[in-house]
Design a protein around this ligand. Structure first.
Ligand SMILES: Nc1ncnc2c1ncn2[C@@H]1O[C@H](COP(=O)(O)OP(=O)(O)O)[C@@H](O)[C@H]1O
Ligand SMILES: [Mg+2]
Length: 462
């Protein structure tokens, strides 16, 4: 006879009790198995993390692309500490700055002091950048943390390498943060200081080698959704092995698609794109490309092409060289916030024409000039992406970019080496300096002996 009673009904039943006990044992077993699995996975993760921090990571390895956040999709403000995420599986105290012996100050810039230092344990020379951890409205040192976050995520031959972050605890009152330092690989020069020291500009093959490395670094940043937002010669470093690296991520940020609304107070005035000067908040990677255009012109002449005293003067200098923008060439220009305030005269064919030509840049070939004018396209949509610049004909035609191993070395200001003073009235042209200190000559001309000089080309003999 079949019973309608529940099979659980008779708890006293011996068989049921045995079945329940078995089920309980099975459950416990499963639980133990799960715990063991989780423990093993955690151990494996820890081991992997340990090994990546011990072994050098391949230079080509890219940080994972950042997930878009809903706030950014909605185009909200860029403050938000909650947007920061650190690609780390564990937290630990930073080492003390006393692990390093201070050698000399290199520079005090907008966001921190940079010094040359020696690692006490290994003797390795590094750069120590003390961050200005200014608290934002919500009590978070956003700019300092952003810089750490971005530079820590980047691994590329043309981006300066962060070795570690160290602190100096207890140096401030309890309400403030500890002093925080980025420990960076040391490079002997920044391009600004180097250009100030040069008696004549880099040769065409050197200019190409430098520009190519700048564009490679920027292509890496852009393909990882990072806008640098302060590209200029003082933020570009060069070592005595001809290796160039982008630095100073103090105002860099991750971006997204669709474009978020961003603050326009970015990029040093002389390198600032016209859309920023006109108040565009939906700017994107193109602002970095404009800065590259300014840097390219500076490499060619040793002077930044536009040196405005303020925003209006900056725009008027840009218009002097490139002509006033037309509605045809830049249809959306009139809708930019500052276009009306500046009473921007849209030429409609009657405004200033462009004077950008070979007479202004005699060292350039036609393809070089075409590249420069595309980088300095007033309409951001007319600028090439970093990826499009890399295969440009300018880099493939002769003279080819100079090999790193052939790149000249220079005395380092940051390394406190003896340098030649610039533009002294008696300064002889390069190569005609019989009375110069031999060490200086070697430093400045090393690697250039086989090059014949002259506007527009350089020939390597033999
Ligand atoms: N890794 C480095 N090696 C050598 N010099 C550096 C290094 N990083 C920065 N510098 C020097 O310090 C200056 C300021 O550094 P930067 O990172 O641009 O700081 P800031 O945010 O204050 O402008 C640079 O222009 C360069 O001269
Ligand atoms: Mg800087």
């Amino acid at each position: 006879m079949t019973s309608n009673a529940s099979k659980w009904a008779n708890d006293d039943d011996e068989e049921t009790a045995a079945a329940l006990a078995l089920r309980k044992r099975e459950k416990e077993e499963k639980k133990r198995f799960k715990e063991e699995k989780a423990r093993k996975a955690a151990a494996a993760l820890q081991a992997a993390d340990h090994s990546t921090s011990q072994e050098p990571t391949p230079e080509s390895e890219r940080p994972s692309k950042r997930q878009r956040t809903s706030e950014e999709q909605n185009g909200t403000s860029e403050e938000g500490a909650h947007l920061l995420h650190f690609p780390t599986s564990k937290f630990g105290a930073c080492r003390h700055v006393d692990e390093y012996e201070l050698l000399n100050n290199i520079e005090e810039g907008g966001y921190g002091v940079v010094s040359r230092a020696r690692t006490k344990a290994s003797g390795e020379i590094v750069a120590l950048k003390k961050l200005k951890m200014t608290l934002s409205r919500d009590g978070f040192p956003i700019s300092g943390l952003r810089e750490i976050q971005i530079i820590r995520a980047c691994r590329h031959d043309n981006v300066v390498k962060l070795l570690e972050v160290v602190t100096k605890p207890g140096s401030k009152s309890r309400s403030k943060l500890n002093d925080t330092y980025l420990v960076l690989e040391f490079l002997e020069h920044d391009l600004k200081t180097l250009l100030e020291d040069l008696i004549e500009p880099f040769s065409p093959s050197e200019t190409k080698a430098l520009l190519l490395q700048i564009v490679s670094g920027v292509e890496y940043l852009h393909s990882n959704w990072i806008i640098h937002r302060d590209l200029k010669t003082s933020n570009i470093l060069l070592n005595n092995r001809g290796e160039l690296k982008l630095a100073d991520f103090g105002i860099s940020r991750y971006t997204s698609s669709p474009r978020p609304k961003l603050t326009t107070s970015v990029v040093t005035l002389w390198y600032r794109a016209p859309e920023l000067l006109l108040g565009a908040e939906d700017y994107h990677f193109e602002i970095d490309i404009w800065s590259i255009g300014c840097i390219f012109a500076e490499l060619l002449t040793t002077k930044p092409p536009f040196q405005g005293r303020n925003e209006v003067d900056q725009l008027s200098q840009i218009f002097d060289l490139l002509g006033t923008p037309t509605k045809q060439a830049w249809p959306s220009v009139t809708s930019l916030p500052n276009a009306k305030d500046l009473q921007l005269v849209l030429s409609e064919g009657k405004g200033k024409p462009s004077t950008l030509g070979l007479s202004k840049f005699p060292c350039l070939t036609t393809s070089g000039l075409a590249l420069l004018s595309s980088l300095l396209s007033m309409n951001p949509a007319g600028r090439p992406s970093a990826g499009e610049i890399l295969p440009d004909m300018y880099f493939t035609e002769d003279p080819r970019p100079k090999a790193k191993a052939m790149f000249p070395t220079f005395p380092s200001k940051a390394g406190q080496e003896k340098r030649r003073r610039r533009a002294s009235p008696q300064a002889p042209a390069r190569g005609n300096a019989p009375k110069l200190d031999e060490a200086e000559v070697e430093g400045i001309f090393a690697g250039r002996e086989h090059e014949e000089r002259g506007a527009g080309f350089s020939l390597r003999l033999g």
